[in-house]
Design a protein around this ligand. Structure first.
Ligand code: ZN
Length: 346
């Protein structure tokens, strides 16, 4: 072998070593530089969005369909909303009749998205009857979510049952405001942890830890409400729309709605007269309006009866300003507790 050939071999070898090092370096660089892709989650309303953010943290990219400032009742998804649902890996909705499931759960809408109804594992209250007088409350009327299925005589026909399950919760059958009982939200956390862990097993431990930490906060909130409920004497909640049924049931309050379960229904003159009579009879000192609904009716009642109007937030949605400030469900519920203590202390 002459010197020229030796030199060639040497150069070749050196180049190969350099290349190998280069490749290895490149590989590890790529691993560190490219952030792991976040899991895409689409949610319908604020209380669902909030649970998704608490559990998902920085591992998920959560979008909210019902925009800030909008009342979620009678939400009609746009073509853009439906398209957005199809981009999700997990699609979370509240359920119990709040959203139009016939639209949002259509197969061509969902595409690959895994739909999860957060109210599914909860004990639902029937939709309040607007003509119902306070003495007619039937506290045994709570519906077990699975009761209808247990009573289904076609239990053996599993396919039919599962099909029925997808179309459950006719609009108006149940009270959809499940999140106003913090312990319901804690159960929803479990459902979200399960759904996220299944869709993104790599981060399962992370979702579990977030879920556990958030449930502790919900438990603390629950304890504060429970304490308040036990010590509070005046427990009449005259509210603008009947969103607080779960809160009332959990802490022993009695809810009377100026409007029904959905805030867009104009009350009849008889209804208004009933409310005024109720306020006088029970010596009610405060009534509650809300941010996303016009206070016109509450103000009219206040003018007639001399009660004070306070704002109680049903946590259905945020205003633009609250969205900018990243207001959470816990913030709203703490604020509500403060308002209740102030309004009902007399
Ligand atoms: Zn509502």
């Amino acid at each position: 072998m002459n010197w020229k050939k030796r030199l060639t071999y040497f150069v070749l070898g050196a180049t190969m070593v350099a290349t190998a090092v280069g490749i290895a370096g490149c590989g590890s660089d790529t691993k560190q530089a490219a952030p792991a892709e976040k899991m895409k989650v689409v949610t319908t309303v604020f209380p669902v969005y909030d649970v998704a953010k608490q559990v998902g943290g920085d591992k998920v990219d959560v979008s909210l369909l019902v925009p800030p400032g909008a009342e979620p009742h009678d939400w009609d998804p746009t073509a853009k909303d439906l398209k957005e649902i199809g981009t999700a890996k997990v699609f979370l909705y509240s359920g119990a009749g709040l959203e139009p499931t016939e639209k949002i759960l259509a197969k061509d809408v969902l595409q690959q998205a895994q739909p999860v109804e957060l109210a599914k594992s909860l004990t639902l209250l029937p939709a309040p009857d607007e003509d119902e007088d306070e003495h007619d409350h039937d506290h045994d009327k709570d519906h077990d979510h699975d009761k209808d299925h247990k009573e289904d005589k076609h239990d053996h026909d599993k396919a039919q049952k599962e099909d029925k399950h997808e179309h459950e919760h006719e609009h108006g059958e149940f009270d959809p405001h499940v999140w106003l009982d913090p312990m319901n939200v804690a159960k929803e956390v479990d459902a979200v942890v399960e759904a996220f862990s299944k869709a993104d097993p790599t981060n399962a431990k992370y979702y579990e830890a977030n879920g556990k930490a958030y449930k502790e906060k919900l438990q603390a909130l629950h304890a504060k409400y429970e304490e308040f409920g036990k010590t509070q004497h005046d427990k009449h909640l005259v509210v603008s729309h009947m969103a607080f049924g779960y809160l009332a049931k959990a802490y022993g309050f009695e809810q009377l709605g100026i409007m029904g379960v959905s805030p867009d229904a104009e009350p009849t003159p008889e209804r208004m007269a009933d409310i005024v009579a109720f306020i006088k009879e029970h010596n009610v000192k405060a009534i509650f309006s809300e941010e996303l609904v016009s206070p016109k009716l509450a103000n009219a009642i206040a003018a007639e009866t001399g009660v004070k109007v306070y704002v109680l937030n049903p946590a259905e949605g945020l205003t633009e300003e609250q969205t900018q400030k990243n207001v959470t469900y816990l913030d709203i519920m703490e604020e509500n507790l403060k308002t209740l203590k102030e309004a009902l202390a007399h």
